[in-house]
Write a protein that binds this ligand. Structure first.
Ligand code: MRU
Length: 354
């Protein structure tokens, strides 16, 4: 299986992405080959989802270096640093963006003294590795996820953490897609995920394409489907996990977790272990992206849905408190509360408790 959402061209001079803002009605591809192309594609969510923006930015850093006119190492590295910091400033919340940029930059630095050709080769290998690793990681996460569900379960999802947001399978949706391949039947309820509708446009699209029973609900219907007994578990991805297990994900996620707690439904977070950020002690230290008010008032509507003078507050993410999370599922195993301990073991290389 090859990822289709983010593809490095054979000559290493561009990255082709599926424009996620056009889905589900149009599958359109965009070719990125300038700093502004990469920045705008990430900023405008043409490529989105924490792992996918890391993969795209890492490839972008390589492509820009490949197109660079700099022939001596110092100016090559100087330009690379400028591009890395520009791309990193496109979105603040997902740790994967900086993580991938650091890895590709580090690959270049490791070849210091061997010339820009060697640096480029190392950058290319590194960004390809990041994508390949993500494929392996998503599959491993999905295998662990399957130990948490039963055939026939009802699952609630928020936002999109499927193949479009990663490389294949996804994190939050991986269990459902892998389970489908293995003959499981799930009934999935997907929150539309205001204001940018990733649940309606992307999760419903991916699950429907895979032949999984998916029902779209408005975000404010999560409570009723839980109360009616339709939901056995909630599955979400995430953008950053603090050292204490507080977890940042798409706005509205923490509300789902509060409801799940109220109704006694397990709430699972799925992510690569690289999403765990020990530099953030708790969720209070995670920077929450704030986006333009127009996304609430005008996007997807023929006319504005509120008077022009009315202010909008549009945080793109929220933090779910660690106590509300039943487990954090990574490629290294299933971490449980108290996360301060289990996340450390996981990050250090092995956590297989279930
Ligand atoms: O603003 P988005 O669409 O990039 O937000 C994405 C999410 O919140 C996802 O749940 C998260 O990045 C995990 S993707 C595997």
């Amino acid at each position: 299986m090859k990822p289709e959402n983010v593809v490095l061209s054979d000559d290493g001079k561009s990255v082709v992405i599926i424009d996620q803002t056009r889905l589900p009605n149009r599958v359109e591809h965009l070719t990125l080959n300038s700093p502004e192309h990469f920045y705008d594609a990430i900023r405008e969510l043409k490529v989105r989802g924490a792992p996918a923006i890391g993969i795209c930015a890492g490839m972008g850093l390589y492509v820009l270096a490949n197109l660079s006119g700099a022939d001596d190492e110092d100016s090559f590295l100087e330009e690379m640093r400028r591009n890395a910091s520009y791309l990193d400033s496109s979105r603040p919340t997902a740790v994967n963006l900086k993580h991938a940029l650091d890895r590709v930059a580090q690959a270049a630095l490791s070849q210091r003294g061997k010339g820009t050709g060697a640096m480029l080769e190392a950058m290319r290998n590194e960004c390809i590795s990041i994508q390949k690793e993500d494929m392996f990681i998503c599959k491993a996460i999905s295998e662990y996820g399957l130990t948490l569900v039963n055939d026939g379960d009802g699952v609630l999802t928020h936002c999109n953490a499927g193949p479009l947001a990663t490389s294949c399978y996804g994190t939050g949706l991986g269990t459902l897609l892998l389970g489908k391949e293995r003959g499981y039947t799930f009934r999935v309820y997907t929150d539309e995920t205001r204001p940018l509708m990733q649940g309606a446009r992307l999760t419903a699209y991916e699950l429907n394409k895979a032949g999984i029973d998916v029902t779209l609900i408005c975000d404010n219907m999560a409570s009723i489907v839980m109360k009616q007994g339709r939901i056995n578990a909630c599955f979400v991805g995430c953008d950053r996990v603090a050292a204490n297990g507080d977890t940042a994900n798409k706005i509205g996620t923490s509300g789902v977790a509060v409801l799940a707690k109220h109704y006694g439904i397990p709430f699972y977070v799925f992510c690569p272990s690289s999403t765990i950020d020990f530099n953030c002690k708790s969720g209070a230290e995670i920077v929450i992206e704030e986006r333009e008010p127009e996304e609430i008032k005008t996007n997807f509507f023929e006319e504005p849905i509120a008077p022009a003078a009315v202010k909008c507050y549009n945080p793109a993410f929220d933090v779910t408190d660690a106590e509300l999370i039943t487990a954090i599922v990574t490629e290294k195993g299933i971490c449980r509360y108290p996360y301060t301990e289990s996340l450390k073991i996981c990050k250090a290389g092995g956590y297989h408790a279930v």
